[in-house]
Design a protein around this ligand. Structure first.
Ligand code: FAD
Ligand code: MG
Length: 294
């Protein structure tokens, strides 16, 4: 789903057949949330709600609560970071070759007229509408996966002990199969086979943004996290991991802190009261004071 692999683990011990079936059904419903968020929030799918908004410039378009919520959060983060985080990077991503629907292989094209920013997007929460004031393509790649993880986790909450893993972005509930807190290895950004840190956590989301994850098919020197202010790949970090109560928050803040770099990135995380680890391209580590406690 969403161009990555989603796995769901729900722990059950010595249960009845009926309970086992309930657990399997809940896991299926949890997976289904990824499809539903994709139907709303994919910039790669010509039928998604996100793409429909781009077809009606200047007009308020009524959207599903999912789209509204994700766009609203992304715009608030854009405002807070002065546009370091900006969900209007869709066209810039296409220009860098991030343009294929993972399932159909179909390519998307650039919509752009004049350069746009998050200030050209208006959300009317009361009427559940989104208006684009310029031609642009919204891109929720930095936050929508997190939102889907949160919805999946909510579906699984009656089972207490579970893990949702979407390409390394996670929510872990309760305990693992051994009855311990979940153990999460954070990948070393320059050594695929090594971990740079290990966390022991429960009932939190852990999301990582890394420059090693997706390289531009057009230019192998650049990657998928853009600094929209410079029009280039962000270079102040190699990876950022954030621990937060919600995956959408961890996902969005990890991407935003990545663009801001260590100093301003840590300030952002502190303002939100979350823990995080920023590793620079020189492999220097910057962590929030409570990081090691998780
Ligand atoms: P994150 O750091 O969480 O996010 C990086 C992503 O955020 C970038 O890929 C870009 O989309 C966006 N971004 C980059 N710079 C900024 C910035 N400055 N501010 C805000 N956002 C920024 N990939 C495909 O190749 N094909 C698909 O069909 C496809 N469908 C998807 C559908 C959905 C609903 C979602 C959520 C993702 C989909 N993806 C698809 C993957 C997506 O394009 C990103 O690669 C992925 O979400 C990145 O997640 P991450 O955790 O690796 O990185
Ligand atoms: Mg993110």
């Amino acid at each position: 789903m969403m161009g990555t692999v989603v796995t769901i683990e729900v722990i059950g011990h010595g249960e009845t057949d009926e309970r086992r079936a309930e657990r399997a059904n809940a896991a299926a419903r949890a997976i289904d949330w990824f499809q539903r968020v994709e139907d709303c929030c994919s910039r790669f799918d010509p039928c998604s709600e996100l793409r429909r908004i781009s077809e009606r410039i200047g007009a308020p378009v009524r959207v599903h609560a999912t789209t509204l919520e994700v766009v609203r959060f992304a715009l608030a983060l854009a405002d807070e970071t002065g546009g370091a985080f900006d969900p209007t990077v869709g066209d810039a991503m296409v220009e860098r070759g991030f343009d294929r629907h993972y399932r159909t292989g179909e390519a998307v094209t650039v919509t752009r007229g004049v350069p746009a920013t998050y200030r050209d997007v208006e959300v009317d929460a009361a009427n559940a509408t989104i208006t684009l004031h310029r031609q642009l393509q919204l891109d929720l790649g930095a936050v929508a996966k997190g939102f889907a993880i949160d919805l999946a986790a909510r579906e699984l909450s009656p089972f207490a002990n579970f893990a949702v893993n979407a390409g390394g972005d996670l929510f872990v509930g309760g305990h693992n199969a051994s009855g311990d807190d979940w153990s999460i290895g954070i990948r070393h950004p320059r050594d695929e086979a090594a971990v740079i840190d290990t966390l022991r956590v429960s009932n939190v989301a852990v999301c990582t943004s890394g420059d090693y994850e997706r390289r531009s098919p057009r230019d192998q020197g650049s990657h998928h996290i853009l600094d929209p202010r410079r029009g280039e790949s962000a270079s102040g970090a190699a990876s950022v991991t954030v621990i937060a109560p919600l995956a959408m928050v961890a996902d969005g803040l990890a991407t935003a802190a990545f663009v801001l770099g260590p100093e301003r990135g840590l300030e952002l995380l502190a303002r939100h009261g979350v823990e995080g680890l920023i590793v620079t391209p020189e492999l220097e580590r910057f962590a929030t004071p409570g990081w090691s406690r998780g």
